[in-house]
Design a binder for this molecule. Structure first.
Ligand code: PMP
Length: 454
């Protein structure tokens, strides 16, 4: 089908006639003027009318080095000339072999094996099944309970939703979910325990210690988004929290699963968020930025200890019976290799530091706005929580859709953002320039003022 033959109007009508978009109230969508993106260039999305939008959330937290990055384009084209896809069940391919070594080289110490899949939710499902079967294979089948956090988000498949903690997204599916133990979220701005950091002495972590003590023999693993509970509202854990969690899980011999799907690949200023507190998890899930935001590739990394528990003779049935058709797709893997090459060759992690400082400085101004409750920033990840009343921290009502209105308003300034309820999210590609950050912040300020002062 020749796409060029269609006008914006025709495409929009067809979209509204045939498509059901993710996380979207379609009743509203059908009435909206929708954006239809046809191209990308650098940090910009370009719609079918030729209008450019700064990709302020990196195409849902995936894009790393900008769109149409020459080296990434070429890597995928080169791979296409070899083969687009061959199965990873019973076969291997050079790209996946090379990428695995590259990932182990940069991953937190102790992670030694890479199990591929194709999106964040499956990388988490794999982590969960791997942890459970680890204990099963070790002759401890009673250790099957998972501990997860309130406000956690690990994806939308049933296992990932089971360890999720966002009522709005997850509570409907409760009858389908497996039982988990829910721990408090390290959300200092609205502390569940009614305490304040640092006088709380990380009471929320201590609560996890008590939970693990009480259920030690039945717990398989604790799953957590290191440093930032992303979809929960960019909740950044207080200093020392993540380290405490690692110590507590070690003490009780509970596996620690770090979900780095959102935080991995430089977003927080380090390659992986776990590095901020020098943590080595037992299992780590990665996706999104792994391919530079080009193609769906994901992986679950684990230690020698976990891997070894799956070794045995066939009749022992210790095999990990899990796999997806497009596991380790060669095109995606080629992009992922090039993504890591760009990190190394262009010294990206060093290059982003002044940008992070620039962002931090610019956010100070926004923090002073009347309806900004709290700004949470780690690296190039920022959440701006809007509130009706700063003094009492009273939120806006859900129906007001304040965050969504701000993101709609900001399109006027040539920026695309997507909020998390009333948290305005800024998560630009690492390739964003200081100038673009300034434009982003000026526009965010104007949009927040316009919407909240109405
Ligand atoms: N884990 C985290 C921490 C995430 O932020 C997300 C996606 N936002 C996922 C898992 C799920 O990833 P995917 O959408 O690729 O399934």
């Amino acid at each position: 089908m020749e796409m060029k033959r269609y006008t914006y109007k025709q495409l929009s009508d067809m979209d509204k006639s045939y498509i059901w978009h993710p996380f979207t109230q379609m009743k509203a969508w059908e009435k909206e003027e929708i954006l239809i993106i046809e191209k990308g260039k650098g940090n910009y999305l370009i719609d079918v009318n030729g209008k450019r939008y700064l990709d302020g959330v990196s195409s849902l937290w995936t894009n790393v080095h900008g769109h149409r990055k020459r080296q990434l384009d070429n890597a995928v084209i080169r791979q296409l000339k070899g083969i687009a896809h061959s199965t990873f069940l019973g076969l291997s391919h050079p790209g996946a072999i090379l990428l695995s070594k590259m990932l182990i080289d940069i991953a937190p110490e102790g992670l030694k094996r890479v199990f591929y899949s194709d999106n964040g939710a499956t990388a988490v499902e794999i982590a969960i099944k791997m942890a459970l079967q680890y204990w099963f294979n070790m002759g401890r089948p009673e250790r099957y309970i998972f501990v997860s956090l309130n406000n956690a988000y690990h994806g939308d498949t049933i296992g990932s939703v089971s360890v999720g903690g966002i009522g709005l997204f997850h509570s409907t599916y409760k009858p389908l979910l497996f039982k988990t133990i829910k721990a408090p979220s390290p959300y200092c701005y609205r502390c569940e325990l009614g305490l304040e950091y640092p006088s709380c002495s990380l009471a929320c972590a201590k609560e996890i210690d008590s939970m693990l003590s009480a259920h030690e023999d039945s717990i398989a693993a604790l799953i957590i988004e290191p440093m930032v509970q992303a979809a929960g509202g960019f909740i950044i854990s207080p200093p020392g929290y993540f380290k405490a969690i690692r110590e507590i899980t070690k003490k009780h011999d509970v596996l620690l699963i770090a979900d780095e799907v959102a935080t991995g690949f430089g977003r927080t200023g380090r390659m992986f968020a776990s590095e901020h507190e020098h943590i080595s998890p037992d299992i780590m899930a990665i996706a999104k930025g792994l391919s530079g935001g080009y193609l769906p590739v994901a992986a679950t990394l684990t230690t020698q200890r976990v891997y070894d528990a799956f070794l045995g003779d066939y009749e022992e049935k210790k095999t990990f019976y899990h796999g997806h058709t497009y596991t380790a797709n060669p095109l995606g893997v080629a992009a992922a290799i090039e993504n890591l090459e760009i990190f190394r060759k262009e010294n990206i992690l060093k290059k982003i530091q002044p940008k992070i400082r620039h962002l931090k400085k610019g956010l100070e101004r926004i923090a002073g706005l009347e309806h900004v409750g709290q700004i949470r920033q780690l690296g190039l990840m920022t959440g701006i929580e809007l509130v009706k009343d700063r003094e009492t921290k009273q939120p806006y009502s859900f129906e007001q859709r304040t965050g969504a209105k701000v993101c709609y308003e900001i399109r006027k300034y040539g920026i695309f953002l997507r909020p998390l309820d009333d948290v305005v999210v800024l998560m630009p590609p690492l390739s964003i320039t200081k100038q673009e950050i300034s434009h982003l912040l000026d526009s965010v300020e104007k949009a927040i003022k316009t919407v909240t002062e109405q």
